[in-house]
Write a protein that binds this ligand. Structure first.
Ligand code: AMP
Ligand code: MG
Length: 500
């Protein structure tokens, strides 16, 4: 056969992803085109097959050397337009006008099999023009941590960014010690943050906030276009999405740990699993992050901090709300002040589901009174709520045993069971519904640490097991008791870290 006919037989290899990059198209001024720093020896540590399928990409193609090269940033796939995104942010209350992706790149956007637009983003892919003093790198442990906690949150029904893969780079990262480096591929509805709006507002182009708002409306809150004042309706939609999200966090004891405005999305997805962790014993003052010395981002502060961040968003949008600044401020204030009511509604609805109390029935302070008891006796939040379904079926012992001095619980339980049984529902159905609202398995701090330590030493088995357990958080399975228990007191206070 002659060469010419061989040429004509060559089969075109379809690109891995069908990119359509609206952020880059629409928002010049809010990014810097950039390339990842090559990784010396990429090795796959984790691949999310379910998410790959949702993105319409073949998992085996991602596992192949060409796929790994894309996931670690060594090749730019056809159709991608990698950029470092610009954003500003209030960090612990202090404003930084220029943060941006210091160690990350937006590769581009793809439409998933449901037609939803998703960002593909590399984290730990080298220094960018926004890197400041940072090295642009990420270590294996923290990237696997983001992967496992994000997946646990997804399984708990939480709007969240997700992880497609973690690839070890084969290079080192200098932290307290030398650590193996990794790149995480993150998938998000978008990476537009409150801080993106702050950046747009703080820079000289008067059209930038409007272009960003138009893009964000089309992408995340298109119903706002129907309203009389679409920008105000957009702000209201973000306020509502965050009220719902933070209520969901609170209902499972999730503490984000670094709710800076650059870590709050416009889409309403949880983003940036840095120093986050789940609370064990119920205490509104719980803080895990080593740098949060004042407790700004403590469990109980999360709702008011979300509202504070949303006020920063409102400030950037004022000129779009109304040409008269007094009118704009009044309108923004009205919407902002609706946050507590929206939050309380989501929280109460969720708490009722956890306690088996139907909407519309009086809760008779049962929610607040139980939380007072949990706090006073340092009872494990997750275990207690999960144990309550047995009490509906007549066995209060599992819940009761969690209280050092159970008389308070007994008195509460009499009132609560009277309420639940007055609702005329079948107790079995009530217990089952409660078990769908109260997870057995959350990422327990000691389990996460053990899995990550083993993974950093090259043993990925504990990490994979943990992922498996957390993928079905509501289904109790025999043999997994150690995954549902809080850390023993001998573990001491748990500490988490930023900038890892
Ligand atoms: P974070 O605390 O992870 O939300 O990051 C806050 C800011 O610091 C963002 O602008 C990040 O891009 C940047 N950053 C964090 N770690 C690094 C690093 N190792 N190298 C460069 N920039 C970083
Ligand atoms: Mg961040």
């Amino acid at each position: 056969m002659r060469l010419a006919s061989l040429e004509s037989m060559r089969v075109a290899v379809p690109p891995l992803f069908a990119f359509d990059n609206s952020y880059v198209r629409d928002l010049e001024g809010l990014y810097e085109p950039w390339r990842a720093t090559p990784a010396p020896a990429p090795r796959l540590l984790a691949l999310n097959e379910e998410l790959a399928a949702e993105l319409g990409v073949d998992a085996d193609a991602l596992r192949a050397p060409e796929g790994l090269a894309v996931l670690v940033g060594n090749t730019t796939p056809e159709g991608a337009s990698p950029v470092a995104q610009a954003y500003a942010g209030h960090q612990f209350g202090g404003f930084s006008p220029r943060l941006g992706d210091g160690r990350a790149l937006l590769l581009g956007e793809v439409l998933d099999v449901h037609g939803r637009r998703r960002d593909l983003h590399l984290k730990g892919s080298g220094r960018t023009p926004f890197a400041r003093a940072g090295d642009g790198k990420a270590a294996v442990g923290p990237m696997l941590r983001e992967y496992v906690i994000g997946e646990a949150m997804h399984a708990l029904g939480m709007p969240t960014t997700r992880s497609l893969a973690v690839v070890a780079t084969g290079g080192d990262v200098a932290r307290d010690t030398m650590l193996p480096g990794a790149v995480l591929t993150r998938v998000a509805a978008s990476h537009i943050r409150v801080g993106t709006f702050q950046y747009a507002a703080a820079h000289d182009d008067p059209t930038l906030v409007r272009r960003l708002a138009d893009h964000a409306i089309a992408r995340h809150h298109p119903d706002a276009l129907e309203a009389e004042n679409p920008y105000l309706a957009f702000f209201e939609a973000v306020v509502d999405a965050q009220a719902s999200l933070v209520a969901r966090w609170m209902l499972v004891g999730f503490i984000h740990g670094v709710m800076n405005t650059d870590n709050m999305t416009i889409s309403g997805e949880t983003i940036d699993y840095g120093p986050c962790a789940f609370m064990d014993a119920f205490d509104p003052a719980t803080v895990f992050s080593s740098i949060d010395r004042g407790g700004r981002y403590a469990y109980g502060n999360q709702p008011p901090i979300a509202q504070w961040n949303l006020a920063r968003l409102a400030e950037t949008l004022l000129p779009l709300f109304d040409v008269e600044s007094d009118t704009a401020i009044a309108a923004a204030t009205d919407v902002l002040q609706s946050f507590p009511e929206r939050y309380n509604e989501y929280w109460e609805h969720g708490m009722r589901a956890k306690l088996g109390i139907a909407d519309g029935q009086p809760d008779g302070a049962l929610i607040d009174d139980l939380l007072v008891l949990l706090h006073a006796q340092s009872v494990d939040f997750t275990s207690c709520f999960r144990a309550l379904s047995s009490a509906v079926l007549g066995d209060a012992a599992p819940a009761r045993s969690l209280f050092a001095a159970p008389s308070g619980f007994d008195a509460w339980s009499v009132r609560w069971r009277a309420q639940v049984s007055s609702q005329a529902s079948d107790p079995q159905a009530v217990a089952e519904a409660m078990d769908r609202a109260n997870p057995v398995y959350i990422p327990r701090n000691q389990q996460v640490e053990e899995a990550l330590a083993a993974a950093s030493d090259g043993d990925l088995e504990p990490f994979r097991r943990l992922l498996d357990v957390l993928a079905q958080p509501f289904d109790e399975r025999p043999g997994l008791e150690s995954y549902s228990a809080p850390a023993p007191p001998s573990c001491g206070a748990y500490r988490t870290f930023c900038g890892t």
